[in-house]
Design a protein around this ligand. Structure first.
Ligand SMILES: *[C@@H]1O[C@H](CO)[C@@H](O)[C@H](O)[C@H]1NC(C)=O
Ligand SMILES: *[C@@H]1O[C@H](CO)[C@@H](O)[C@H](O)[C@H]1NC(C)=O
Length: 364
């Protein structure tokens, strides 16, 4: 899980760029942003503009070494919505966590389905201890084994007690193989020929602790690659972006720029970034929303994939509240030119591959 919103990220440089207004941006922005704006409007009276101001309902502490002795809290807004916070960072807010978790899981599993011609069966999840990641994974009926490795069982225990709707029963699902431990060590010890269809990395933002840097390193991505077959898909939560706007954008995605892209393009053939807004991630009141970024990586050479046909929908139990084929495409629109300009400006080659999914963005 990311940890945006409460404290500002501290970074030495700030990257901002403006792209000329283009209808593709305005349309995809509205598609992604309208439901978020509705959530904000509906909760105006709930008093959660800044989560740190909310009432503490329960708290526990965790000895997880990457964070020292860390306080985990459940806070509650004026409408009774619960918020999971760790070390003073907003971790998960019940009013919009579905957006984050649907956008982390379903694009990656859908892309796997499209490029391999079969529904995903074996999944690896790093982090995601609150249970909402596995909840979305296990909605796919094709999934036979979701192996989840999280270092901190206290998060799982506490979230299960206070926000059971996050896991929604997934910890009782026999397909979930829950391991308390270090994801890197787990993958190192796993036999090399043990591969996953989809690898999902839902670790806290690297800004929260230097100990997390290894989970965003070239070495770690190489290790993940050893447990992927040629059609596997990897997706990682890659931190918040700020300063997005409707007329093109001025985006600042520090973690993505500084840590993720430089490493991940060294290991994978195809790299995509998906961006979508969140309702509860606010640095301050002047920013309408921070956006969440997910970086998806594949080994496969370019193949035309069309998620907008929604062939994935019949594999998923229950109703989706945010993810759709159109939103998948929209979430890919903003990042590509941003990422390529960023790499070019830094004297690096643009991202490899040009899929039709990204064509609208590439033509800009
Ligand atoms: C799921 O896969 C893991 C390896 O990642 C294995 O250790 C575990 O036994 C499997 N569980 C089931 C129920 O097959
Ligand atoms: C939670 O579980 C219930 C019962 O299995 C199911 O109907 C519902 O769709 C689930 N909700 C989510 C968000 O997974």
């Amino acid at each position: 899980m990311p940890r945006p919103a409460v404290r500002r990220l501290q970074w030495s440089s700030f990257f901002a760029l403006a792209v000329d207004a283009h209808p593709v941006y305005a349309d995809s922005f509205d598609l992604l942003f309208d439901p978020v704006e509705d959530i904000v409007d509906e909760h105006e009276h709930c008093g959660w503009a800044n989560p740190i101001d909310l009432t503490i309902k329960a708290s526990t502490s965790s000895p997880f070494e990457a964070h020292g002795q860390e306080v985990i809290e459940i806070r509650e807004d004026d409408c009774g919505n619960r918020v999971l916070m760790m070390g003073g960072f907003l971790q998960c807010h019940s009013v919009d966590e579905h957006i984050y978790h649907e956008m982390m899981i379903h694009p990656a599993l859908s892309v796997f389905l499209l490029q391999s011609g079969r529904a995903p069966e074996k999944i690896f999840l790093g982090g995601s201890g609150d249970g909402a990641g596995p909840r979305e994974v296990l909605r796919w009926r094709s999934v036979l084994n979701a192996t989840m490795v999280d270092i901190d069982y206290e998060v799982t225990r506490f979230a299960s007690e206070w926000m059971p709707q996050l896991a929604n029963g997934s910890f009782q699902d026999p397909r979930l193989h829950l391991v308390t431990g270090d994801a890197m060590q787990y993958l190192q010890e796993l036999p090399k020929d043990h591969t996953f269809d989809v690898i999902i990395l839902d670790f806290p933002d690297v800004a929260d602790s230097r100990a997390l840097e290894k989970l965003y390193s070239v070495d770690f991505y190489r290790l993940c690659r050893e447990h992927m077959h040629e059609k596997s898909v990897l997706v990682a939560q890659t931190g918040p972006c700020t300063h997005m706007n409707r007329a093109g954008f001025r985006a600042s995605c520090n973690m993505l720029e500084h840590f993720i892209l430089p490493s991940i393009v060294k290991v994978f053939q195809e790299v995509d970034v998906l961006l979508h807004p969140m309702a509860t991630w606010k640095v301050d009141r002047s920013i309408s929303s921070e956006w969440s970024s997910f970086t998806m990586a594949r080994l496969a050479e370019f193949e035309p994939l069309d998620v907008s046909q929604e062939s994935w929908r019949k594999h998923i139990d229950g109703e989706l509240r945010y993810y759709s084929g159109a939103r998948h495409v929209a979430a890919l629109h903003h990042p590509r030119p941003m990422v390529n300009r960023l790499l070019t400006l830094r004297g690096k080659a643009p991202l490899p591959g040009t899929s039709p999914l990204r064509q609208a963005a590439a033509e800009l």
